[in-house]
Design a protein around this ligand. Sequence first.
Ligand SMILES: [Zn+2]
Length: 71
Amino acid sequence: MSSGELKCSIAECKARLHEIDSMSLEELEKYTTKCSTCGNWILKDNQVADETYRKVSLEWAEAFNKAHMKR
Ligand SMILES: [Zn+2]
């Protein structure tokens, strides 16, 4: 795991929270992975990071289920 890439700043997390609704499945997957890291340690006590991670992982799970139901 490369430690430089798997975290974003509070400002990035904050901006990301508003972008979630228009993200593709691939983007959702990417940020679910990325924000699981910043939510868990670097920004552990930050509510924005926690909120972003929870929303992005929920949206990803929904998009993933939808994509797989079509097949
Ligand atoms: Zn993040």
